[in-house]
Design a binder for this molecule. Structure first.
Ligand SMILES: NC(=O)c1ccc[n+]([C@@H]2O[C@H](COP(=O)([O-])OP(=O)(O)OC[C@H]3O[C@@H](n4cnc5c(N)ncnc54)[C@H](OP(=O)(O)O)[C@@H]3O)[C@@H](O)[C@H]2O)c1
Length: 358
C-alpha cells in the first residue's frame, strides 16, 4: 500500500503529541504537515515540545517546522487525510472547510460528533457507522469521522459485549485524570490534594455520545440506543488514565463467568484485519483484587503501536440482575489520538481514503 499524506492539527497539545508518537513511521500514513496556534508556528517540533512530549517523536519529526493552522497551509501540504486535535471552537469551521476541499478529516474535537451523517466511531463497536461517510460524500468532496469523548471511548467499548447479555441501564462514576482537560486545563491549585466533583458538559456528553455509538445505523443517520446511562463525573489528581466505577443492570440475572468471558473474549473487525494500532484483544479482565490502577495499568496494549489501546476491567461483582466493576482507559491514547488513528486505519482498509501518489 502506498503511504497517504497526512496533516496533524494541534500537534503541540496533549493529544497532538500522542498523535506524533503513533504516526511516526506509520505503515499507512506519512506526516506531511504539523500545525498548532500562531504562538507555536515557526518553531521546530523539538523546540515547541521541549518537555517530556519531545521524547515521543523520532529525529525526523522533531526537526520539522510547525505551521499555522489554516486551510490554505494544510491543502498546500498535499495532505489527503487530516488528524485534528484542536479545541472544538477552532475545529468546527476549519474541519468543515477541509471536508469541502475533499480531505478526509479524523477529529478528536466535539464540534461535529453529533452531526447526523458524521460517524462517531469506535472501530470495535460500530464499524458499520463508517458507512455514513458515503452519505457525506454525496454532499461534499470529503468527509469527517469523529471519535468520542475520552470517557465514552472506554465505556462504550466495554458495554458493547454486554449488550448481548440483555444490558438495560448503566450508572457510572468517573475518576478522570488531569490530562483530560488539555495542557492548560486545570490549575494545580484547584486539583492538588483534591477531587472536583464536576466537569462542565461531561455528563451530558456521556449520555448523548454513548447513545449514538450503541445505536442502530438507519440509512443516513443513527437511531439512538435505548440503554439508559446515569453518569457522575469527578476530576482527580492523576496524570493519565480515566478510572470508572460502573454498575450495569441487565434484564435477567447474570453470572461472573459469563460477564468475564463476554469481555475477555471480545474481538472485532480491527483485530480480524490486524490494523496496525489495534491490540490483539481490546479488553483485558484483571483478576487482582486492587486492579486496574492508572499508575500500573494505563499503558496496556501488547505490541508497541497498541500501547495504551487496551481498556482494563476489574473487580467484577455480579449480584442478581446487576454487575458492578471498574474500568480504566488511557484518555489521550484509546480516548483520543489512538482511537482516531484506528478509525483512519479502518477507513483506509475499507477503501474510503484514496491512496497516495508517491
Ligand atoms: N485530553 C484528552 O484526554 C482528550 C480526550 C479526547 C478528546 N480531546 C479533545 O482533543 C482536542 C485537543 O485536546 P488536548 O487535550 O490536546 O488540548 P491542548 O493540550 O490544549 O492542545 C490544544 C492544541 O491546539 C492548538 N490550538 C489551540 N487553540 C488554537 C487555535 N485557535 N488555532 C490553532 N491551534 C490552536 C494548541 O497549540 P499551541 O500549543 O500553539 O497553543 C495545541 O496544539 C480537544 O478538542 C479535546 O476536547 C482531548
Amino acid at each position: 500500500m502506498k503511504k497517504i499524506k497526512a496533516a496533524l492539527l494541534g500537534c503541540t497539545g496533549l493529544v497532538g503529541r500522542q498523535f506524533i508518537r503513533l504516526l511516526d513511521d506509520h505503515p499507512f500514513f506519512d506526516l506531511a504537515c504539523l500545525t498548532a496556534s500562531s504562538g507555536s508556528a515557526g518553531k521546530t517540533c523539538a523546540a515547541a515540545l521541549a518537555d517530556a512530549g519531545a521524547t515521543m517523536a523520532g529525529a525526523a519529526i522533531r526537526a520539522r517546522v510547525i505551521r499555522e493552522t489554516t486551510a490554505a497551509e494544510i491543502i498546500r501540504s498535499g495532505a489527503r487525510v487530516v488528524f485534528s486535535a484542536l479545541p472544538a471552537a477552532a475545529a468546527g469551521p476549519l474541519e468543515a472547510e477541509l471536508r469541502a476541499a475533499g480531505l478526509r478529516v479524523f477529529s478528536n474535537a466535539g464540534a461535529h460528533r453529533l452531526d447526523e451523517n458524521v460517524p462517531l466511531l469506535i472501530p470495535e463497536v460500530n464499524p458499520d457507522h463508517l458507512e455514513l461517510c458515503r452519505a457525506q460524500l454525496r454532499d461534499h468532496e470529503g468527509f469527517i469521522v469523529t471519535n468520542p469523548n475520552c470517557v465514552v471511548a472506554g465505556l462504550a467499548l466495554v458495554l458493547k459485549p454486554l449488550t448481548a447479555l440483555g444490558l438495560r441501564a448503566v450508572t457510572v462514576t468517573t475518576f478522570q485524570a488531569v490530562s483530560g482537560g488539555g495542557r492548560r486545563g486545570v490549575a494545580a491549585w484547584d486539583i492538588l490534594g483534591n477531587i472536583v466533583p464536576f466537569i462542565a458538559g461531561e455528563e451530558e456528553k456521556i449520555v448523548r455520545e454513548t447513545g449514538k455509538i450503541l445505536g442502530e445505523l438507519a440509512g443516513d443517520h443513527v437511531d439512538g440506543s435505548p440503554i439508559e446511562i446515569f453518569p457522575s463525573c469527578c476530576r482527580v489528581p492523576v496524570r493519565e488514565g480515566h478510572l470508572q466505577s460502573v454498575s450495569a443492570e441487565f434484564d435477567r440475572p447474570v453470572g461472573r463467568e459469563e460477564i468475564r468471558n463476554a469481555l475477555a473474549r471480545f474481538a472485532a473487525e480491527p483485530q480480524q484485519l490486524e490494523l496496525p494500532t489495534a491490540p490483539a484483544a481490546p479488553i483485558i479482565v484483571h483478576d487482582g483484587e486492587d486492579r486496574p490502577q492508572p499508575a500500573l495499568d494505563v499503558n496496556a496494549g501488547g505490541h508497541r503501536r497498541a500501547r495504551g489501546m487496551v481498556v482494563g476491567v476489574g473487580r467484577l461483582r455480579p449480584r442478581g440482575r446487576r454487575c458492578d466493576f471498574f474500568l480504566l482507559l488511557h484518555n489521550t491514547v484509546r480516548g483520543a489520538a489512538g482511537g482516531s488513528v484506528l478509525n483512519a486505519e479502518l477507513a483506509a482498509r475499507r477503501g474510503l481514503i484514496p491512496e497516495g501518489d508517491e
